[in-house]
Design a protein around this ligand. Structure first.
Ligand SMILES: Cc1cc2nc3c(=O)[nH]c(=O)nc-3n(C[C@H](O)[C@H](O)[C@H](O)COP(=O)(O)OP(=O)(O)OC[C@H]3O[C@@H](n4cnc5c(N)ncnc54)[C@H](O)[C@@H]3O)c2cc1C
Length: 439
């Protein structure tokens, strides 16, 4: 019996925390007889999508199964340009078919929100706080959240559920609230700014993405430049990422923008940026313990993000789709349904194998410390520029790899040179690390 002062809690089959790529994909794929609640702390879902939004063909096709994704693709990218640390050496590599697509990410997420099925209730401006468990109840989880609306009292709200999903990004609160679940420990810190303007480098800047191998300027990742359209006006996204331990150096993004302006590689049409955001990308690879009896992590929260390329949209979609299938089985009584989670992910063009390869590239890249080593690697890869993208094209979709591109007899002298510089960087690691801290 309910006490006369007690407000009865709403009951849900599944509560999802996080309404971005992974949470929304899961909500779209769960069967209509399940009662679903999805919670996000954002003001509106299209407010600050912390992603450049580049997707491959296979990810495009996953979206196309439930959203009219083509309406949100301003640029079809057929070319990659790699720029060496001195900003002088550059190579371009192209394919016939689009290599990747840039997306109008805020509107894509908005569309995913607008088309949510009727059995899904969305509550925004609500911050998940934690949960308690009572196995004796039909709905054993009591989930707590608070409103983030301006002027809202910080009153706790509760709902009950059979199952809780953490789709709440790289620093998941759901993971933190359950000691049995693994947590991401290794991150890249990324900062991206979006401007109205034009890219002036190369023949087809509207179909090109640019990767800047900065070497000492940005150890851990590098910089990128990607064309887009905002409100039908030409725009571009420019970003810088570094290992999280060097996050305070991210302000160098302003130096980066200034260098590109000075070198006439970009033109900014309106002084102020349209958008600016910084966020953490998990780069430790898929986490081991991503579920227990009543909770599951998906997307970035579960580490489904390329540890080297920092590409997590595909992992978010795939893990959302896999979760929808296995959670349905679980709620129908198959207690072991989630055991095969990683095996099911592997079925998507060997996505788990892709992550393992990416961990190896990350291991090597993290040991490259000097411009000299980055130049040596650039020279080896630039030699293969005609087929670089052909081979590398959609590597996570087609099981191609960077190794296949460069490991050729004719490249042996360049690779030996690169290997020697790499060994030198490893031996001098402490010197470089302390120099980097001083800078
Ligand atoms: C700068 C940058 C550029 C990137 N570019 C690309 C790219 O081009 N291509 C690519 O494939 N990947 C890219 N990524 C990675 C990609 O964006 C992520 O892998 C992807 O967004 C992960 O989706 P997600 O749904 O798992 O989590 P997120 O997109 O991080 O969403 C988590 C959601 O949970 C909500 N949330 C968090 N905590 C709570 C809480 N306590 N209560 C309520 N709500 C909560 C947040 O508001 C958010 O909406 C990039 C990442 C960064 C940082």
């Amino acid at each position: 019996m309910v006490h006369f002062l007690e407000v009865p809690f709403m009951n849900y089959d599944i509560v999802i925390i996080g309404a971005s790529f992974s949470g929304l994909t899961l909500a779209h794929h769960l069967p209509s007889h399940l009662k679903i609640l999805i919670i996000d702390r954002k003001k509106t879902l299209d407010y600050f999508i912390e992603s450049t939004g580049l997707i491959t063909q296979a990810t495009h096709d996953l979206f196309a199964n439930f959203i009219e994704v083509d309406k949100f693709i301003p640029n079809r990218i057929t070319t990659i340009s790699v720029i060496a640390p001195d900003f002088k050496k550059t190579f371009f590599s192209s394919t016939q078919e689009p290599w990747i697509y840039s997306t109008d990410t805020p509107n894509l997420i908005k569309e995913m929100e607008m088309k949510l099925p009727k059995n899904v209730e969305l509550r925004i401006q609500n911050n998940f706080q934690g949960y308690s468990l009572n196995e004796k109840e039909n709905y054993p989880l009591k989930i707590q959240f608070t409103s983030t609306k301006n002027n809202a009292s910080q009153k706790n709200n509760f709902v009950r559920a059979k199952f809780l999903v953490g789709a709440d990004g790289s620093r998941s609160t759901v993971a933190k609230s359950n000691p049995k679940l693994s947590k991401n420990k290794h991150f890249l810190a990324g900062w991206e700014k979006v401007f109205y303007g034009d890219i002036l480098l190369g023949k087809e800047p509207k179909n090109t993405v640019y990767h800047f191998w900065f070497g000492e300027f940005s150890l851990g990742y590098g910089g990128w430049l990607s064309p887009t359209l905002i409100e039908k006006k030409p725009a571009f996204r420019i970003g810088l990422a570094k290992l999280a331990k060097d996050a305070r150096d991210l302000k160098k993004i302003n130096n980066f923008i200034k260098i590109l302006l000075d070198k006439n590689m970009i033109q900014i049409n309106e002084k102020k940026e349209i958008l600016s955001f910084a966020s953490m990308v998990p780069i430790g690879g898929p986490l081991k313990n991503i579920y227990d009896k009543h909770t599951l992590l998906i997307g970035d929260a579960a580490g489904f993000c390329g540890p080297f390329a920092a590409d997590g949209i595909k992992g978010s979609l795939v893990s959302g789709i896999v979760a929808s299938k296995l959670l349905t089985q679980l709620l129908e009584g198959n207690k072991k349904a989630l055991y095969n989670f990683h095996k099911e992910i592997e079925k998507y063009n060997k996505l788990m194998t892709y992550y393992r390869k990416q961990l190896l590239y990350r291991f090597i890249w993290n040991r490259m410390k000097s411009n000299r080593t980055f130049h040596a690697m650039f020279d080896a890869i630039a030699r293969e520029k005609d087929h670089f993208l052909d081979q590398f094209c959609d590597s996570k979709d087609k099981n191609k790899s960077l190794m296949q591109v460069v490991l050729k007899w004719r490249n042996i002298p360049l690779l030996i040179r690169y290997g020697l510089f790499l060994c030198w960087d490893i031996l001098n690691r402490s010197t470089f690390d302390s120099k980097n801290v001083r800078d």
